[in-house]
Design a protein around this ligand. Structure first.
Ligand SMILES: NC(=O)c1ccc[n+]([C@@H]2O[C@H](COP(=O)([O-])OP(=O)(O)OC[C@H]3O[C@@H](n4cnc5c(N)ncnc54)[C@H](O)[C@@H]3O)[C@@H](O)[C@H]2O)c1
Length: 464
C-alpha cells in the first residue's frame, strides 16, 4: 500500500520504518530540512534500538523515502498519517498548530480520495477540526474531493518502539465509516497475524483512549511515589510494600516502581492536557491535577535529599550524575527528571559531572557550554573529583557497578539513588552511604534520617 507519514520524529520514523518493513511503499515528510537531509544521508536523528537497521534496509529496497516535498507526500499515499508533535501550550492544553498545519497542507494538495490517519496524541474533537481544515482548504481551491479522518493513537514506548509497533498489544481505530475501518484492517493485517488486535470504536472514544492510557500509567507512578514518601515518614521500605501489593493480581507488579518522577514527551503533557481539556468542558479533573503535582514534587526529591545531606550548603560541591535521558534505551530529554535535578543543583551553586550512554548529544544541545556541567565519557569518568553520586536513569550498565571504584573516587562515598537500584544492606557492608526513594531507614534501621550527613549514619572516606 502507499502510505505518507507527516512528521519524522519518534512516532513517524518508527511507523514509517515498520510499515515499509511489511512491504508497503512509505514516503515520510518533515518540515525540518536538516532532519530530512540527515535521514537521506543514512543518519538516524534519534536513538531507538533497532530503528537504524529497519530504515537502512527499507531505504535500500526503495520502500522508504524521506522528503520535505509536501505535494509529493500528499500525492503519494492513500493513507496520510499525521505523526507530528502536540507539545503543551502555555496553559497546558495540547498545541494543535502542527497537526492543523498538516491538515491544511493535505487540503491544499490533494487531488483524490484520502484517508487521514491521526497518530499524534490529540484532544477529543480533533478529527472534526482536521476535517474542517481540509474541507476549508479544498473550498479555497474551488475543488471537491472526499476524505475520511481516522483516529489511530500510538502506544509505542520509546526504547521498545520497534517491538511495540511490530507486535502491538492493541491497534485502536476510531472511525465513523465502516469502509475506512476495513481499509485500516487491511493495512494493519500484517501486524495482526497471531490474533486480531484491532479494536474499532467511534472517533472520540479512540482519541480519549490514548489520554486515558497515559493518565492511568502516570497515576500508578504518582501513587507509588506518594506512598514512597509516606514510607519514608514512617521508616518503612517501599520496596517491600511494592512487592507486597503487587502480589494482588488486581494490582499486579507492572509499572509500580517508585522513583525520581516521570518525564518524557508523553505523560507530563498528556496528563496536563487531559486536565485542561476536562476543565474547559466544565469538569474539574482533580485526580489528574494531583497526579501532576505529586510528580512535580517528586522530581525535586533527589535534590532535597542531596541538599539535606550537605546541610543546605551545596556551594562548590560536585555531583556525579548517572543517567540523563528520561528513561533507559532512549536519548529523549523532554521533561527528564535529570534536568530538574541539574538545574536545582546549579541554582544552589553546585556543579555536575554527568554521563548517559545515549543522551549526551541531546544534553549538550539543551545546555550548550554550561560552565557547571561536565559531560563525561563514561560512568567512571563522571565520578572523578565528585563529592557524591546521584542516579536518575536506570540504564542496565548502572545496575551492577564497581562499588569499590565508586567508594574510591567520591570524596563523600554516598549514592543518591533515584531508581532504587541497589541493596541498601549490601552498600552498608561495603561502607557506602545510600539514600534511595522510600527506603530512608534502610541500612540503618535505627535512624530514619539515614542519608543525612552525620558521621554515625553515613560513612565517609574520612571516617572509613
Ligand atoms: N514519543 C513517544 O513515545 C510517543 C508515543 C505515542 C504517541 N506519541 C505522540 O505522537 C506525536 C509525535 O510525537 P514524537 O515524539 O514523534 O514527536 P517529535 O517531536 O519527535 O517529532 C515530530 C516531528 O514532526 C515534524 N513536523 C512538525 N510540523 C510538521 C509538518 N507540518 N509537516 C511535517 N512534519 C512536521 C517535526 O519537525 C518533528 O520532526 C505526539 O502527539 C506524541 O504525543 C509520542
Amino acid at each position: 500500500m502507499h502510505i505518507t507519514i507527516f512528521g519524522s520524529g519518534y512516532v513517524g520514523l518508527v511507523t514509517g520504518a515498520c510499515m515499509a518493513e511489511m512491504g508497503n511503499h512509505v514516503v515520510c515528510v518533515d518540515i525540518d530540512a536538516d532532519r530530512i537531509k540527515r535521514l537521506n544521508a543514512g543518519e538516524v536523528p534519534i536513538y531507538e534500538p533497532g530503528l537504524n537497521d529497519y530504515i537502512e534496509r527499507n531505504m535500500a529496497a526503495g520502500r522508504l523515502e524521506f522528503t520535505t516535498d509536501v505535494a509529493k507526500g500528499v500525492d503519494h499515499g492513500l493513507f496520510q498519517f499525521i505523526a507530528v508533535g502536540t507539545p503543551p501550550d502555555e496553559d497546558g492544553s495540547a498545541d494543535m498548530q502542527y497537526v492543523l498545519a498538516v491538515a491544511k497542507s493535505i487540503g491544499e494538495h490533494m487531488n483524490d480520495y484520502r484517508i487521514i490517519v491521526d497518530k499524534s496524541t490529540v484532544p477529543v474533537g480533533t478529527a472534526d477540526k482536521v476535517k474542517e481544515t481540509i474541507l476549508a482548504a479544498l473550498k479555497e481551491r474551488g475543488v471537491r474531493h472526499e476524505c475520511d479522518v481516522v483516529s489511530n493513537p500510538e502506544f509505542l514506548k520509546e526504547g521498545d518502539a520497534i517491538d511495540d509497533f511490530m507486535k502491538p498489544d492493541r491497534i485502536i481505530v476510531g472511525t465513523d465509516n465502516p469502509r475506512t475501518t476495513e481499509l485500516l484492517r487491511a493495512l494493519y493485517e500484517p501486524f495482526n497475524r497471531s490474533h486480531d488486535r484491532m479494536i474499532s470504536m467511534d472517533i472520540r472514544s479512540a482519541e480519549l483512549t490514548k489520554y486515558a492510557a497515559n493518565a492511568m500509567l502516570a497515576t500508578k507512578i504518582s501513587f507509588m511515589n506518594e506512598l514512597a514518601n509516606i514510607a519514608e515518614q514512617f521508616g518503612a521500605d517501599i520496596e517491600s510494600v511494592r512487592i507486597g501489593i503487587g502480589s494482588d493480581p488486581r494490582i499486579g507488579y507492572h509499572f509500580i516502581y517508585p522513583g525520581a518522577g516521570y518525564g518524557g514527551s508523553c505523560f507530563p503533557k498528556d496528563v496536563r492536557a487531559l486536565a485542561k481539556a476536562a476543565a474547559d468542558s466544565g469538569y474539574e479533573a482533580s485526580l489528574m491535577q494531583a497526579v501532576e503535582s505529586v510528580n512535580d514534587r517528586q522530581k525535586q526529591r533527589l535534590f532535597e535529599k542531596i541538599s539535606t545531606y550537605f546541610d543546605g550548603n551545596l556551594k562548590g560541591k560536585t555531583i556525579a550524575l548517572w543517567g540523563l535521558a528520561f528513561k533507559p534505551k532512549t536519548d529523549d530529554m523532554r521533561e527528564a527528571s535529570s534536568r530538574v535535578l541539574m538545574e536545582a543543583l546549579w541554582d544552589a551553586g553546585a556543579s555536575v559531572r554527568a554521563y548517559d550512554p545515549e543522551a549526551m548529544e541531546a544534553t549538550r544541545a539543551l545546555y550548550p557550554d554550561h560552565e557547571e556541567l561536565a559531560l563525561c565519557d563514561s560512568a567512571h569518568d563522571a565520578l572523578k573529583g565528585a563529592d557524591v553520586l546521584a542516579i536518575v536513569t536506570e540504564w542496565q550498565e548502572f545496575r551492577s557497578p564497581d562499588f569499590d571504584t565508586i567508594k574510591k573516587e567520591l570524596t563523600d562515598p554516598v549514592i543518591f539513588d533515584g531508581r532504587n537500584l541497589y541493596d541498601p544492606k549490601l552498600l552498608k557492608t561495603l561502607g557506602l552511604g545510600y539514600c534511595a526513594i522510600g527506603r530512608s531507614n534502610m541500612g540503618d534501621s535505627e535512624d530514619p534520617a539515614y542519608g543525612r550527613r552525620k558521621t554515625d549514619n553515613v560513612q565517609s572516606n574520612a571516617s572509613s
